[in-house]
Design a protein. Structure first.
Length: 229
């Protein structure tokens, strides 16, 4: 890449003599240059960054909002089984999913170690908010406002910031995660709950809009194929 340090010099050895000092300095600078070059190459080769995360999150959130709009308000308290969230509570939960990401990556951007972190100080108020009564219109507005806030925040993050590593609490799996991994998890979390809502739609006699769209595409392709015969 940039050549090698002389074979007789151990670049990790910080003990130098006046005679070896120039070589040590040269090697240390070269190592730093190679690290910077490697990171720059990695960023250039990685087409998935902040703007792509934000765009994909917006798509996911738009589909969640569509489901929230199509479920009648009188079904918002439907509960698929005892002890699970209602439709209303699930949608509010989804709208609050980015809250932890805001706390860590926006409000405390220098925090890189979660050992000893008081999670309930953040999650407790969120869990309480899920229980608050809200109208269908209010829930949908929460989804819209929260989605825009999260996507706008993520879209402005640098590749260097996304590559930073966060140490998880003891027992965390994996023990360390990058910021980009943790931010993408917000979308994955939402898709998990959106799958639940699509199943609930079926239980309520509603064909999910994504299914209807797929059925329409299939019907159009079949019609086009039949017209060619």
């Amino acid at each position: 890449m940039y050549g090698r340090c002389p074979a007789h010099h151990d670049a990790s050895d910080t003990t130098t003599t006046p005679a070896s000092a120039p070589i040590a300095t040269f090697c240390q600078r070269r190592i730093r240059m190679e690290i910077v070059y490697a990171f720059a190459t990695m960023v250039a080769m990685n087409p998935y960054g902040a703007k792509e995360i934000a765009a994909s999150f917006r798509t996911v959130r738009e589909n969640t909002i569509k489901i929230a709009e199509e479920i009648p308000e009188d079904k918002y308290d439907f509960q698929a089984a005892p002890g699970v969230r209602t439709v209303r509570q699930t949608l509010i939960h989804i709208s609050l999913v980015p809250s932890f990401a805001f706390m860590l990556h926006r409000d405390n951007p220098t925090m890189k170690n979660l050992e000893g972190f008081n999670f309930m100080a953040v999650m407790g108020p969120i869990m309480a908010m899920e229980q608050e009564p809200r109208t269908k219109a209010q829930v949908i507005q929460m989804l819209k406002d929260g989605g825009d806030e999260f996507a706008n925040f993520v879209s402005g993050l640098s590749d260097e910031f996304l590559a930073e590593v966060i140490t998880m609490p003891p027992g965390g799996t994996p023990p360390q995660r990058t910021r980009i991994d943790m931010l993408m998890a917000a979308k994955e979390h939402e898709m998990h709950h959106r799958g639940q809502l699509m199943l609930i739609e079926r239980m309520l006699g509603i064909t999910p809009h994504l299914t209807r769209q797929q059925q329409a595409r299939m019907a159009a392709m079949q019609a086009a194929q039949a017209a060619q015969k």
